[in-house]
Design a protein around this ligand. Structure first.
Ligand code: PGA
Length: 218
């Protein structure tokens, strides 16, 4: 069984989300993982669809205006959380210190982290790929990890596996970055990946269902 994770980012209005949710429920894709905008997470609370937050704050509660804690997310039924997504690393300047606290907090609140890692174009050009990936994975050091998912853009999944194994035994590696209907099967057929993280191509529920069916040979 390969994982299909949809990251809707900051897309879709509430009226769209209502249709989106009912299409997924009708299609019976119950082990799919959906990361809608934080605003819509509670709308999925009563659903059998696995919900994932796109972010979270490491403190459990307190005077932190505009933040949502992993503890609060857990109370909504959130099972997974994207942590360290490249857009947060670049737009919000999140680094290892912040990301490590988030991983810790998600684990403490029994949310499975989907830790996103990947080198930038310039890291790659400078031959720093493995150095960067190794550093990004250091946030897993000294954590009590039951299970975790690593989302990785480029194609070095086999090397990543070896590195992640030094931190925990129970993990999956999913591939993210321009996954589309016409390449999802080929990506998922690789024995090195356990599934996909789909961004743009997941905004259309019909397209996402098609991708899910292709991956699962339905
Ligand atoms: P993309 O996004 O599929 O639109 O490339 C993937 C992601 O950034 O989560």
């Amino acid at each position: 069984m390969k994982l299909v994770i949809a990251n809707l980012k900051m897309n879709l209005l509430f009226s769209d989300i209502k249709k989106y949710k009912s299409k997924l429920e009708d299609a019976n894709v119950k082990d799919i993982i959906i990361a809608p905008s934080m605003l819509y997470l509670s709308y999925f609370s009563d659903s059998s669809i696995n919900i994932c937050s796109q972010n979270g704050y490491d403190k459990d509660s307190g005077a932190f205006t505009g933040k949502s804690s992993f503890k609060q997310l857990k109370s909504l039924g959130v099972k997974y959380a994207l942590i360290g997504h490249s857009e947060r690393r670049s737009l919000s300047k999140e680094g290892n210190d912040v990301i490590s606290l988030k991983v810790e907090s998600a684990l403490r609140n029994e949310i499975i982290p989907i830790l996103c890692i990947g080198e930038t174009k310039s890291d790659k050009e400078d031959g720093k790929t493995f150095k960067v990936l190794k550093e990004e994975l250091e946030v897993l050091k000294d954590k009590n990890i039951d299970s975790i998912i690593i989302a990785y853009e480029p194609v070095w999944a086999i090397v990543i596996k070896k590195e992640v194994k030094t931190y925990c035994d129970n993990f999956k590696i999913v591939y993210g970055g321009s996954v589309k209907l016409d390449n999802v099967k080929e990506i998922c057929d690789s024995k090195y990946v356990d599934g996909v993280l789909i961004g743009g191509a997941s905004n259309d529920a019909d397209n996402l269902i098609k991708m899910y069916n292709v991956v699962n040979n339905v």
